[in-house]
Ligand binder design. Sequence first.
Ligand SMILES: Nc1ncnc2c1ncn2[C@@H]1O[C@H](COP(=O)(O)OP(=O)(O)OP(=O)(O)O)[C@@H](O)[C@H]1O
Length: 493
Amino acid sequence: MDMDFPYTEDPNTLNDIKTAIKTIQSPVNGIGLIILKLFSIPGNLIGFFVFSVILFHLNPIILIILMATVVLSYFILLRANHYERSRKDELAEEERKAYYASATLSDFLYGKDIRVYGLKGILLQKKKESCEHLIHIISEIQGKILKATVMEAFLIFIREGVIYCYLIYQVIENGLSIGNFVMYSLVMNRFADWMDTTMKDIATIGIQSMYVSDFRDFLKKEEPIQVKNPKKIPESDQFEIELKNISFQYPGSDKYILKDFSLKIKAGQRIALVGINGAGKTTLVKLLTRLYRPTEGQILLNGIDINELDREEYTTLFSVIFQDIKLFAFNLAENITFTDKEEEENIIYQVLNQAGLSEKVNSLEHGIYTNMLKVLDENGIELSGGENQKLAMARALYKGGKIIIMDEPTAALDALAESQLYKNFDELIQKRTAIYISHRLSSTRFCDVIAFIEDGEIKEYGTHEELMKLNKSYANMFQIQAVYYREEERHVS
Ligand SMILES: Nc1ncnc2c1ncn2[C@@H]1O[C@H](COP(=O)(O)OP(=O)(O)OP(=O)(O)O)[C@@H](O)[C@H]1O
């Protein structure tokens, strides 16, 4: 949960999570197994030493032969275990793929797409392919283990053969009594068993410690951007943000999404980030909210590098409304506050009213305590796209962050409703610093300043009027859109 965000998009880390879970979830794996083995080893060791003394007195060569066969089977087992471990990433990956297909098939959020686009076939096919691949990997591993077991059985056969040949020889040549024959054969067999079990336990501990060590490495991944002595965030209602020569590449990619990007957002300023798809606007939001760290350059908050601030405290400064609004199968109030405190009813109703949702909520029998989605409650409500977006705004208002970011959450609204909503929202947030992203340029024309972004660079910067006068990309885009808005306005009137 606290893992650094970039890891959540990294397949290798997701494989590591799968392996790490296996290490701790069951007593027959990882830590549980090591503990079990650690308990059994001391008893076996005592038996091993006592019986080796007896055997040494009987015949040291027999002792050496027994030891050699046991050590050999130890290395055979170790090799099979190492082979199994070498396939762990492949196993984890295929397990994840199979799980993804199953989870998607049973996730009702995909229900519409699965039916409309007939996705059942491809998802089942993908699951089948992953399961087949999984079975193939498992059978290769089991094949190696089987081979090791056969070799081990062969060594036991040799070992027993040596023991009995030696003892029969002693009976025939040196008159070993039947009583002694039975006693020595028991001693030799028990000795071999003890040594065998001890060596296997040591091998198991060795290999399982490697899994535990993977698990520890995984835990260390959790929070790489820890600040030792974080600086205090200055007490203020308004914050200035400065991006200084920022460059950014996503992990594992050599493409620069932003290159030497600089931008100052003054305290209390409203800035619009506009530009075509893929220009890098959402990436900027991810950097500002510290979900990612710039590859080069600095982001300053009231003059302090944001990496010197405590991340959790820094995050509380932001009320962000993302493009993809996520609703949870909680009640409506909990979807706004993310707590189960009921004493804040008044504030919840206030933000719902401000976001334009009060009429809808008042029409519900259980008001703000109505469950959302139908996953857990058959009477749960489903909001329309536009209502979801209003709910997200209520969430942002409730959180009361001092920096507001709206990353185009209004796609489900028509152009006029969106424009109105941006303006209303802007009034509600009063003097706070705000960053608005929208493809509809009429929605953000009221902003103090507009940055037109293209290919990870600011190509045009100024007020709406200044950019229109410049008569370049922004003005061109605005004029093209204006034709549609006029049409829409005509339809509405
Ligand atoms: N996790 C990721 N890993 C690699 N590349 C990514 C990742 N997320 C986004 N990108 C790439 O970064 C570029 C910029 O994406 P971004 O989402 O910032 O654009 P945007 O300007 O917000 O676009 P839009 O207007 O369509 O929302 C795109 O080319 C995209 O493919």
